[in-house]
Design a protein. Structure first.
Length: 210
């Protein structure tokens, strides 16, 4: 079970982890992109935090929608619209609820992931956000469906996300700026897969501390 407060804590912790890893994300993007992913994400989550006060008494759908809109409006490039779509579609899945069952948590993350995949026209193996996000969210769903506690299920999801990040290293990028490098994109960790891992890590931390 997740409360509206847990969601707020998730978003705040995401902003903290993104800020702490800003230079790391930018360094990863320097190798195969244009060295802006850390700055993009940090700018986006700073805008998210600035808007959070205005919606923190509202239902979970409204909070997630506000996060999505802040990201879309403040992050240029590929990642803003993609993460923005993730949060907007997640918001649509939960609607006006004030709390979510464990199954609803897995389902809203799946809905957001499907939204992001449709928007980015991508699939696992393309060396993108999807490579950590999708297998992690599927892992969460499987563990929750098996009756496992949300904290343990989320722990497994984060482990799977971390593995997904590592799995991007040998891949040749097929989407985004990194794809312009062709074979030369192989041998580098994907920045977007890494930021998705951080956002899932933030959810685990938010759940653990409730
Ligand atoms: N179509 C896509 N679907 C999912 N993720 C994508 C897609 N295209 C790019 N990405 C992710 O976006 C990350 C780059 O985000 P960044 O904020 O640096 O945007 P950008 O520099 O404008 O984008 P890009 O470098 O992809 O042109 C990549 O590491 C990759 O994970
Ligand atoms: Mg970039």
């Amino acid at each position: 079970m997740l409360s509206q407060n847990d969601i707020i804590r998730w978003i705040k912790t995401s902003a903290t982890l993104i800020a702490e890893n800003k230079d790391h994300l930018t360094d990863l993007d320097r190798a195969i992109g244009d060295a802006d992913h850390g700055n993009n994400m940090d700018r986006g989550f700073k805008k998210v935090l600035a808007q959070l006060d205005g919606v923190k008494e509202k239902d979970i759908g409204s909070i997630l929608k506000s996060v999505g809109m802040a990201l879309i409006s403040s992050v240029g490039g590929a990642a803003g619209p993609l993460y923005g779509t993730f949060f907007m579609q997640a918001a649509n899945a939960v609607n006006a609820k004030q709390e979510l069952s464990d199954t609803e948590v897995a389902d809203f993350l799946l809905a957001g992931t499907h939204g992001l995949i449709n928007r980015g026209k991508t699939k696992p193996g393309d060396k993108t956000i999807v490579d950590s996000l999708q297998p992690a969210v599927i892992t969460l769903k499987e563990h929750i469906d098996a009756g496992e506690d949300i904290i343990e299920a989320m722990r497994q999801a984060v482990i799977r996300a971390e593995q997904g990040v590592q799995e991007t290293i040998p891949l040749v990028a097929r989407k985004g700026r990194a794809s312009y490098l062709g074979e030369r994109s192989a041998g580098h960790q994907d920045p977007g897969a890494t930021s998705a891992y951080l956002i899932l890590q933030a959810l685990l931390e938010a759940i653990k501390s409730h």
